[in-house]
Design a protein around this ligand. Structure first.
Ligand code: ZN
Length: 211
């Protein structure tokens, strides 16, 4: 049973297979008011996270992940990579992956991976690079495989303002927008209700003045 430390702290079920690694990296981010800090804030916690996430990857894929060396510079790069992944996850795939038509998009990150033919005849994609780049390669490899399997567009970040939690949408029609409906959905409904109330009160005040 794989444990994904960053996703587990938000009480969420992990995405299926290797996509859970992408989700876990996204969920290393701090959330205001949750009491959960940034798991990539410093080298110590980042190493601990990378080790636990590597164990999670091994548990779901059976593939070993060698320890990743993360220095201060590498950590900064990894956080920047996470930010871009976060931004593109929240904006791009809500309605499912596009057909790839249209202008070629700007490349945000480029990592190396190797295609290998095994003795068993199976072609495998293996991460390449050292330090944070190897981790980024593994994460993009997982995202790529989920894209091919048609599951990646179910990995979303919460629509609530200031809530970047990444969740896997298991709803039948992939219509979920909140990481936790009771918390983030209700807060949004309450805000909308208050806005309607304010508008109504303003209108009533204007009508009283005019009367
Ligand atoms: Zn949320």
């Amino acid at each position: 049973m794989a444990t994904w430390p960053a996703t587990a702290r938000y009480g969420l079920e992990a995405a299926p297979g290797g996509l859970a690694l992408v989700q876990d990296l996204l969920n290393t981010v701090a959330v205001d008011g949750s009491g959960h800090g940034d798991l990539l804030a410093g080298p110590e916690e980042a190493r601990a996270w990378a080790e636990a996430a590597g164990a999670g990857w091994t548990a779901v894929t059976g593939q070993p992940v060698p320890p990743v060396a993360l220095d201060a510079d590498g950590l900064e790069e990894l956080r920047a990579f996470r930010d871009d992944l976060q931004r593109t996850t929240s904006q791009a795939l809500w309605d499912g992956p596009g057909d790839g038509a249209g202008p070629v998009p700007l490349v945000l990150h480029c990592t190396a991976a190797a295609l290998q033919l095994g003795e068993d005849g199976v072609v495998r994609l293996e991460p390449r690079g050292a330090g944070w780049r190897r981790l980024a390669s593994l994460v993009l490899l997982a995202a790529f495989e989920a894209q091919r399997a048609g599951t990646r567009h179910r990995l979303k970040t919460c629509r609530a303002p200031r809530c970047p939690v990444a969740f896997y949408d298991r709803s039948r029609n992939n219509s979920g927008v909140w990481h936790e409906v009771k918390v983030c959905g209700n807060a949004a409904n309450l805000r909308a209700y208050r806005a309607r109330r304010r508008a109504q009160e303003a209108q009533e005040a204007q009508e009283t003045q005019e009367a």
